[in-house]
Design a protein around this ligand. Structure first.
Ligand code: ZN
Ligand code: FE
Length: 263
């Protein structure tokens, strides 16, 4: 199973392909050596990555309860015991948590501060982890590359409010989302933002990345703001494309989300 690595002076971020189209992530705080795993779709490729690097595992952060994000946990912690972090609101359907989190909570990985946001919508109790010093946010099936997760439990208004919580994240923040869905998201995005030159250019980049076998995740939030229709309900281009020039942002978002469901 392939992986891709982004190195900065202070952190190493490893994106690991799992199952058919899931991603898990390893984040190392270099100063302390502390390592976190974000989501556990399956154990084998994550164990292989940890073994190859000679890393131990300190923390596991769970974004939400879906099987394709937690199923590998029992097998993984048998070899790599770690403290498990997840949403208090989801604790009844997550593996046993050592640390139960909610909106606004903070904790540290070594010297790296991590901020927790409730980003419900895909599920109720989905959380995102933002580590400013690592310039990285782990959004799984909330904010995704050129998309957002399907609304299995929450309302469109809830997802719209959840995505608004990313507004303060700096443009260069890496968006570590849960699946390689970017190409199919792009096929939809262009239908509701057809004149967007940055989107058109991004789709070319996506096609060449996929043709070369490279991941399109993580992306950066600045690029998402410029191209992801689910962050662009307020823009004239999207509003014109869906014929809702004067509607509220939430109503435009709701229309886009329902078109995507039918796409
Ligand atoms: Zn999910
Ligand atoms: Fe998922």
């Amino acid at each position: 199973m392939p992986s891709e690595t982004i190195e900065t002076d202070s952190h190493t971020l490893v994106t690991i392909a799992c199952l058919s189209d899931n991603y898990a992530f390893l984040l190392q705080d270099k100063k302390s050596g502390a390592v976190a795993l974000i989501d556990v779709p399956e154990a084998a490729p994550i164990k292989a990555e940890l073994n190859a690097r000679g890393w131990t595992l300190d923390q596991i952060w769970l974004t939400h309860h879906h099987d394709d994000h937690i199923d590998g946990l029992p097998e993984l912690i048998a070899d790599y015991p770690a403290r498990v972090y997840g949403a208090a609101a989801d604790s009844h359907r997550l593996p046993p948590l050592d640390v139960a989190l909610g909106e606004g909570d903070r904790f540290t990985l070594g010297e790296t501060e991590v901020q927790v946001s409730d980003v419900s919508g895909h599920t109720l109790g989905h959380i995102a982890f933002f580590a400013p010093a690592a310039q990285a946010a782990f959004t799984a099936d909330s904010l995704m590359a050129l998309g957002c997760g399907r609304l299995f439990e929450g309302t469109p208004a809830q997802m719209h409010a959840s995505l608004a919580k990313t507004a303060d994240w700096p443009d260069d923040t890496l968006i570590c989302s849960g699946h390689e869905y970017t190409k199919s998201n792009a096929n939809f995005a262009i239908t509701v933002d057809p004149e967007n030159a940055e989107l058109i250019a991004r789709i070319r980049d996506i096609d060449s990345a996929r043709a070369a076998g490279r991941f399109t995740v993580p992306s950066q939030i600045g690029l998402e703001r410029a191209t992801n229709p689910f962050l662009r309900a307020h823009t004239a281009g999207v509003r014109a494309a869906v014929g809702m020039a004067t509607a509220s942002d939430v109503d435009v978002f709701t229309e886009i989300r329902s078109r995507k469901d039918r796409f």
